[in-house]
Design a protein around this ligand. Structure first.
Ligand code: GCO
Length: 454
């Protein structure tokens, strides 16, 4: 049951994020983002040089092309464009991204560009982050600048993984501003990001005559741990709204359906939390929803929900299933969850635009090969193959899924794991910055050569 060939015109890519690969955090006029500030005060990991992509991107893009990828996900670092969170443009930052996009196009690797990938300007954090509605309009101004300036880009994503960002910032506290257990702030930030996304979609359609825009959500399906337990099933319904459906409704429908809002209000009230949704918000969301030209879904794992309460009341907690294999970081390996989620959103959101799996991959604790040879990552090939198989199964049943981006093109800096969790198709020796091919890159190349009609 492994993938033998890819559909013709399939988007076959790998994904990166500016702050995770670029390094050069103080170079060419770049401003300070929330990670620069946080890591300078809490030196958990050094974000320099990361994978030194800022200087080595042409080598990495030609590797992507050589191993058969026809697309790459990149993100723009907001503070390279507007270092001081005002409207003063940093031309060196702008030029870097022009050079990068030109290199992609010359190598026939289509750039899919994310405007915000977990890297808010520090000055945004200091003025209330997404919770301050003026910052939503700052984001719209930044997006409009990019749409006008980077006309060579025709595939845009607004914000990456809204829920992972808000949860890291306001529930777990792993992301700046490191607030813990604040459900009001987390869900308000998510709603405000959905509003920001919607405003940017409307701006995109006013400015750009061609191209597509979308949003990227990390969708993590929940399944009742005990199918015969009403309590597990009820907790799972609430978990699904909390983790997936609230955001899917906001982005793809431009409204929160009655049942969605009822369950979210219930979760908020039993956690003594509340959010504000303005009527104008919903009008803007409603106008923008049908103008999404694509939808990005990041999938890593699924969870099995038991009714026993966890950190957030009302959404149960995650069962530890010893019948499900896990990664070295304890993440359930459950390829079927990708298929189930694709089928579910295809059924529940009829006007769904083309779907891209914008991240899927496995972090491994890999060592450099002895003789500088090819690194054997069969575990990653198995993981990717099993998930790609589920994607193609959903597609064969009519789901409009048109592409797959592996997380990640190369080993990179991780927000919470530093340099220890390697996801790349290419191994990076962070001392020498030498790249070493892994077997999964050869797997990509082989499949790329099979692009025939499936
Ligand atoms: C990690 C995570 C990240 C995310 C990505 C989210 O280990 O830090 O896997 O790499 O997957 O940044 O879009």
């Amino acid at each position: 049951k492994s993938v033998k060939s890819l559909p013709k015109n399939f988007i076959w890519g790998a994904a990166t994020a500016a702050y995770q690969v670029e390094g050069a955090t103080q170079e060419d006029g770049k401003g300070i983002n929330m990670w620069d500030e946080y890591l300078s005060k809490n030196p958990l990991y050094n974000p320099n040089p990361a994978s030194d992509f800022y200087h080595r991107y042409s080598e990495d893009i030609s590797l992507a092309s050589k191993y058969g990828l026809n697309a790459i996900r990149l993100s723009i670092s907001w503070v390279r464009i507007f270092p001081n969170f005002d409207n003063k443009v940093n031309r060196q930052g702008v030029q870097y991204y022009h050079n990068l996009f030109k290199c992609c196009l010359e190598n026939n690797v289509t750039p899919y560009v994310t405007l915000h990938h977990f890297d808010s300007p520090q000055k945004m954090i200091e003025t209330g982050d997404w919770l301050n509605r003026e910052n939503i309009d700052k984001f719209v101004e930044y997006a409009k600048f990019c749409f006008r300036e980077f006309s060579e880009v025709s595939h845009w994503f607004t914000i990456n993984e809204l829920m992972s960002l808000a949860s890291g910032q306001y529930i777990t506290g792993a992301f700046p501003p490191n607030h813990k257990n604040n459900l009001s702030e987390a869900i308000q930030a998510e709603h405000n990001m959905i509003l920001a996304h919607s405003k940017v979609v409307l701006a995109f359609h006013r400015i750009c005559k061609k191209g597509r825009i979308g949003c990227i959500l990390a969708l993590k399906p929940g399944f009742p741990n005990d199918k015969n337990s009403e309590a597990d099933k009820e907790a799972t319904k609430n978990y699904e709204v909390y983790n997936n459906v609230f955001l899917l409704d906001g982005i793809l429908l431009g409204k929160y359906r009655t049942n969605t809002l009822k369950r979210m209000q219930n979760i908020l009230s039993i956690n003594h939390a509340k959010i504000k949704i303005e009527t104008d918000d919903l009008e803007i969301m409603q106008k923008a929803a049908p103008l999404n030209g694509m939808f990005g879904m990041n999938y890593y794992r699924s969870e099995f929900i038991k009714s026993q309460e966890g950190q957030i009341k009302g959404i149960g907690s995650f069962a530890n299933r010893n019948d499900i294999s896990k990664t070295a970081w304890g993440w359930n390996i459950y390829p079927k969850g990708l298929y189930v989620m694709l089928k579910r959103i295809s059924k529940n959101y009829p006007r769904l635009p083309p779907i891209l799996i914008t991240e899927n991959g496995i972090g491994l604790d890999e060592k450099q090969s002895k003789n500088d040879g090819i690194i054997d990552d069969d575990e990653r090939i198995t993981f990717l193959d099993q998930h790609l198989y589920q994607l193609l199964k959903a597609r064969s049943e009519g789901v409009n899924v048109i592409g797959y981006f592996i997380w990640s093109l190369e080993d990179q800096f991780s927000w919470v794991n530093g340099y220890g969790k390697r996801y790349g198709l290419f191994f990076v020796d962070f001392e020498s910055q030498k790249r070493f091919i892994k077997k999964s890159a050869l797997w990509c190349q082989k499949l790329s050569a099979t692009m025939t009609e499936v």
